[in-house]
Design a protein around this ligand. Structure first.
Ligand SMILES: [Zn+2]
Length: 164
């Protein structure tokens, strides 16, 4: 019963517009990122910007001699998605068992946080209200949002310790 109500509401949802996903080229992680963005933001389409280990390229830690060219391509595609497709929601995704970036989840999560800053700088000139979400796609191909390390988290900790 509850399930059928959920399905009913899902079908009633009107999807429109575009979002963007910056993701690894790995075929296993395309659908998870696309579906996540469609569900999270009710968009109809998701522009994929993909390269093997793309996060490493974004943060300048790739040893690919073409990294500079790839970075310019990423910037170009991002502009098309934002300006032409009016995308206002961007995800940057990393995943388990990545060939292009064989680092641990913890390392990749920190790389994602750095990549977010790079993308923010890249799109700053458009002066648009754009939301960037970070995704970790696990071994079951399930995407999960990566929490930001907030500066005030340690501040809260300090308060807590002082109170004790
Ligand atoms: Zn990968």
């Amino acid at each position: 019963m509850i399930e059928s109500i959920v399905i009913f509401f899902r079908r009633k949802r009107k999807l429109s517009g575009y979002a963007t996903t910056i993701n690894c080229f790995d075929g296993a992680v395309q659908a998870p990122a696309r579906k996540y963005m469609k569900r999270r933001y009710n968009v109809k389409y998701v522009d994929p910007i993909v390269e093997p280990g793309i996060v490493k390229i974004l943060i300048g830690e790739s040893d690919d001699p073409d990294a500079g060219v790839i970075l310019r391509q990423i910037r170009k595609k991002l502009k098309m998605s934002i300006i032409d497709h009016k995308s206002r929601k961007i995800s940057i995704a990393a995943h388990h068992n990545c060939l292009g970036n064989p680092a641990s989840k913890e390392v990749q999560e920190n790389q994602l946080r750095k990549a977010k800053k790079v993308i923010e700088k890249m799109i700053a000139e458009y002066e648009l209200d754009i939301e960037i979400v970070l995704l970790w796609i696990d071994e079951h191909h399930m995407p999960k949002e990566v929490p930001e390390l907030l500066g005030n988290l340690s501040f809260k900790e300090t308060l807590y310790k002082t109170a004790k």
